[in-house]
Ligand binder design. Sequence first.
Ligand SMILES: Nc1ncnc2c1ncn2[C@@H]1O[C@H](COP(=O)(O)OP(=O)(O)OP(=O)(O)O)[C@@H](O)[C@H]1O
Ligand SMILES: [Mg+2]
Length: 462
Amino acid sequence: MDRFLLVISEVHDIAHLIEGLKENNIQFHVSCELNEINTILKKRRPNLVLIKDKLEKIDSEQIVSKIVNRDESPYVVVFSEKADASLAKKFLDLGVFDFWIAPIILDKILVFFKEERKDNFSKEHSPPNYIKIVGEHKKIRLALALAKKVAPSNATVLISGESGTGKELIAKYIHLNSNRAKGPYVAVNCAALPENLLESELFGYEKGAFTGAYKSKPGKFELASGGTILLDEISEMNLTLQAKLLRVIQEKEVDRLGGVQPIKVDVRIIATTNRNLKEYVEQGNFRQDLYFRLNVIPIHLPPLRERGDDVILLANYFLEKFSHEYNIQTPGFSEEAIEWMKTYDWPGNIRELENLIERAVLIAQDSYIEPRHLLMDSLEDDLLEDVRDKDFEENSQKQEHREIFKLDFDRIVPLEELEKHMIIKSLEKTRGNRTRAAELLGISVRTLRNKLNKLKEQGITL
Ligand SMILES: Nc1ncnc2c1ncn2[C@@H]1O[C@H](COP(=O)(O)OP(=O)(O)OP(=O)(O)O)[C@@H](O)[C@H]1O
Ligand SMILES: [Mg+2]
C-alpha cells in the first residue's frame, strides 16, 4: 500500500527525519510552493500532511482549511516552534488532527502510519475529523444532545429528515463521538446502486460466485468491522435485501455471495432516510421488524425553514468558510439578502444554502451579498452586466460619442439631450454597469435598457 507523507514546510524542518522515513518505506515530499502542493494533492492522496504553522509564501490557515474540508481528507497535523495554546486551539478548531511542537519526532509519524495500516485504510475510511455543526435552535440542540448521548453506545440510530438537513453530518458526528472513532466509517448509499450490486457491495462475494467475480471481495459490513456503517437512504433497499440485513443485525454475521461460512462482524449501524419510514412500513414497502430494529434511537432533523434564525447563523458560517477558501473579502449580507433568506422556504435545506452562498461569494466578490447574488435566475443578468462592463470599457476608448453631448449648463437644452447626457455620465461613473447606473438615475434597469435601445436606433451605441 502507498505510504505517502506530504510536508508543507522547508526541508530543514524535517532534515533529521529523512533517513528514518526512508528506512520505514514512507514516501515523502517536502514543499512550500502552493502550485506544487496543489498539483501533488490533485494527483495523490497523502496519508498524512504535516504543515508548519507559519510559512513565508503560504497562508497555513488557508491551506489547512482547504485540505481538511476535502472529501476523504487526509490526517493533517500542524507543527510549530512555539508551544502556544491559543495557536493550537485555532488550528484544532479548523479541523486538524493534532498540533505538535518542533522538532518533529520520527516515532510520532511512524505511529501514524502503523495505525493507518492496521485499520486497512480504505477510501471509505474517514480520519478523525473535527465536525462543525452550526445551530442554536432548540430542535437542533435537542437532536445534537441526543446524538451525543447515544454516540458511545452501540445502539442503532435512525436519522430522518428532508434532503440536505445534515443527516450524514450527524451520522459522522456520532461515529466520531463513539468509542469506535478510531475504527473505520463506511458509508453506503442504498439508492445509488441497482439491487444486485448493492447486495454484493454490502455483503461481499467469493471468487466464482457469479460471472465476473474473478476474485473474492469483502463487503462493506466486513470493511466496517470495528467501526460504523452508514446505510444512507435505507428506504430504497428492496424487501429481499431488507431480510438479509435483518439477519446481519440479529446474528452479527454476514454471508458473502457464494460463501460457505458466515463471517462475524462487529459493526454499529446508522441508517438515514428522507422518507417517512413508518408510512413506508404501513404501505408494505418496508419490513416492520427491520424498522423496529433500526429505529432504536430515532433522531429527526428539522428542515431549515423551521430553524428560525439558524439560517442566518449558517449563512454567516458558510460566508466565512467560502471567503476564506477562495480568498475573497466578502464583507457580509445586505439587509435585503438577510430578509430574503429568512423568508425563503429552502426546499434543499442546508445543502441548498451552502451552494447558494458559495456561488454568491464568487459572484459578489468583495461587495455585500445582495438577493440577486443568491438567486439563480439573476445570475445571467449579472454576467451580462460584466460582459457589458467590458464592452463599455472598449467603447469608451472611442471618445467621439461623448463629444457630441458636451453640455453648457448656462444654456437651456432640450430635456431629451439632458437625459442622454445623464445616461452617459451614469454609465461612465459605474464603468458601464447598467444596474448601478439605473440606480443612480432613479429608474429601473428595464427603463434604462429601453432608453439605450432608443439611442441605439439613433446610431448611438453605449
Ligand atoms: N448544522 C450544520 N452546520 C454546518 N453544516 C451543515 C449543517 N447541516 C448540514 N450541513 C452541511 O450541509 C450539507 C448537507 O448535509 P448532509 O449531506 O449531511 O445532508 P443529508 O441530510 O445527508 O442530505 P441528503 O438527504 O440529500 O443526502 C453538507 O455539506 C453539510 O456539511
Ligand atoms: Mg445524505
